[in-house]
Design a protein around this ligand. Structure first.
Ligand code: FE
Ligand code: FE
Length: 298
């Protein structure tokens, strides 16, 4: 079976997308400079590099994502998941559920989903971040259980972007948007599309994926900074490329400070050292109980 024949999508595992992100935005101080908005040193050469080196599976993943994430699709997913009637689970049960995600990753060398979440949270904790920030690190990717509800990879992971207005040319592999019907719809293809200048992100529909889903599930329990971190952590076109400022209001711009602060832990906390789930469990059980009820609607 070729990789594109897999029912969930072309990626061998969801981590292929994370690895591609790290190749695009290398850790500061480790080799190449990160590609950040308005970086005067940003060269076209670097831009071409990661594109040329991207695996065929990653390109195919983005092709599917960019052609199928229409505003209609997003609104349908929002309707579908608003009911939150798929399961009642605690946070830890959701972590264990996510861990059942079967993909091509190697269990001997690759970290489990729980280990990834614990590494992110532990990195926040080591830096003395507030408790809500550490907890957000622990739960930020739980929305990936969308895969277990049968969603294809292109509707679970990938850089997110607004739908209902023009797609930024700074979104990775922008040429694939030519295949998205919205780019030919007059009302959706202008700079502002259906939105108002500076009208705020609350009015904006983002491409559907694990960010929006986990935001919807957990928004009632976390401070606003954490809600922004959950909802926009994959919005690389804005938080690292500086795009879509014209859709944001002043409050969004302030809150994006937290999205960027969080991103360093999301991108760079992975190490080969396996966290001890057993040792860490009591600390995180306390932290979870501080903010969340014993059972949540998913
Ligand atoms: Fe994520
Ligand atoms: Fe993550």
């Amino acid at each position: 079976m070729s990789s594109t024949d897999q029912p969930q999508g072309p990626l061998g595992s969801l981590e292929e997308w994370d690895e591609f992100l790290k190749a695009r935005y290398p850790e500061p101080g480790r080799g190449a400079k990160p590609l950040v908005a308005n970086d005067p040193d940003k060269k076209r050469e670097e831009f071409r590099d990661y594109r040329a080196e991207a695996r065929a599976s990653v390109k195919e993943f983005y092709r599917l994502n960019h052609t199928r994430q229409t505003r209609e699709f997003v609104l349908e997913k929002k309707r579908q998941y608003r009911s939150k009637d798929r399961a009642k689970m605690s946070i830890w049960e959701a972590m264990e559920f996510l861990n059942t995600l079967v993909d091509d990753s190697d269990p001997d060398t690759d970290l489990s989903q729980i280990e990834h979440l614990l590494q992110t949270a532990e990195a926040c904790r080591r830096d003395g971040r507030p408790r809500w920030f550490i907890l957000t690190g622990l739960v930020h990717d739980l929305g990936k259980i969308l895969c277990l509800w049968g969603e294809p990879q292109w509707a679970v992971v990938g850089d997110t972007f607004p739908v209902g207005c023009a797609f930024s040319p700074k979104i990775v592999f922008p040429e694939f948007f030519a295949g998205n019907p919205d780019s030919r719809a007059p009302k959706y293809s202008t700079r502002l599309g259906i939105y108002g200048e500076g009208g705020g992100l609350e009015q904006v529909d983002m491409s559907w994926g694990h960010d929006e889903y986990i935001y919807q599930v957990l928004k009632d329990y976390l401070p606003e900074e954490a809600r922004y971190m959950l909802r926009y952590h994959s919005f690389y076109p804005a938080h690292l490329e500086g795009e879509y400022q014209y859709l944001m209001n002043d409050h969004d711009k302030e809150m994006f400070h937290w999205v960027r602060e969080f991103n360093q832990y999301d991108l760079y906390s992975k190490s080969d050292q396996r966290p001890s789930v057993q040792e860490l469990r009591p600390y995180y059980d306390d932290l979870i109980a501080e903010y969340f009820p014993p059972q949540l609607n998913w």
